[in-house]
Design a protein around this ligand. Structure first.
Ligand code: PEP
Length: 253
């Protein structure tokens, strides 16, 4: 089955509204708003309106949020609800990123609740999983992925799983300049797809898109995307400049 590649820019806590608007103007010029993959930009919350304004009528890029609450609107200081994301027309939300797991104590159960809330609101989760260096060296790669996949996706239907996006991001490769080799990445992706097949069925496994994340850049993107189970990339550092992000988007065919 052929899956449309999806390239997503995770700006993290970088790029304010003015810089975000300038990024979009430059990105549109560099790409002519024409590429053959799905493209997503995930700005900080306060930058989102400026990015949407700069995109205007152009729908070449989907916009996502970096987090969402598992609760409805109400007394949850500092949180943002799915209905607020809906009001802005956002299509995606990144959930389970290792930085949220590590610094903000997000567990598989919390991530699972956020995924369910997002799907119920019609927002596509980009569900991040991945092992630390110690876990990989300790031979726990498969156990970690198994726990994260089963915990994060518990209670979802096969259809719901087929339509979300998984991002395999080895924690040791995020923001470090270290990338998994294309062979290591392909092996992990194939393992994840097999897991999805075991739990949700072969059809969901064939349809679900699995991005690789971890120091993807214009120099390594072609080799990574050439792997049969790698369906795109979730990109941090190399997504912060329009020319570098445009190169990545053009590489995905
Ligand atoms: C990320 O933040 O998800 C990421 C992969 O970052 P980087 O590309 O900088 O490693």
């Amino acid at each position: 089955m052929s899956r449309k590649p999806i390239i997503a820019a995770n700006w993290k806590m970088n790029i304010g509204p003015a810089e975000g608007a300038a990024f979009i103007a430059e990105f549109k010029k560099l790409t002519d708003c024409s590429f053959s993959c799905d493209t997503v930009i995930v700005p900080p919350f306060t930058t989102i309106p400026a990015v949407l304004d700069a995109l205007g009528e152009c729908k070449c890029v989907g916009i996502g949020a970096q987090n969402v609450s598992q609760f409805d609107n109400g007394a949850y200081t500092g949180e943002i609800s799915t209905s607020m994301l809906n009001e802005l027309g956002l299509q995606y939300v990144v959930l389970g990123h290792s930085e949220r797991r590590q610094y903000f104590g997000e567990t598989d159960a919390i991530i699972n609740a956020k995924i369910k809330k997002s799907i119920a609101a019609g927002i596509i989760p980009i569900f991040c999983i991945g092992e630390t260096k110690d876990e990989r060296l300790g031979g726990q790669l498969e156990t970690v992925l198994d726990t994260q996949v089963k915990g994060g996706l518990e209670g979802l239907s096969a259809d719901e799983v087929a339509n979300l996006v998984i991002a395999y991001e080895p924690v040791w490769a995020i923001g470090t300049g270290l990338t998994a080799t294309s062979k290591e990445a392909q092996e992990a992706h194939a393992f994840i797809r097999q897991l999805i097949s075991n739990v949700f069925g072969a059809d969901a496994a064939a349809k679900v898109r699995i991005q690789y994340g971890g120091s993807v850049n214009p120099g390594n993107v072609d080799e990574l995307l050439a792997q049969p189970d790698i369906d795109g990339a979730l990109v941090g550092g190399a997504s912060l400049k329009p020319d570098s992000f445009a190169t990545l988007v053009k590489a995905a065919k």
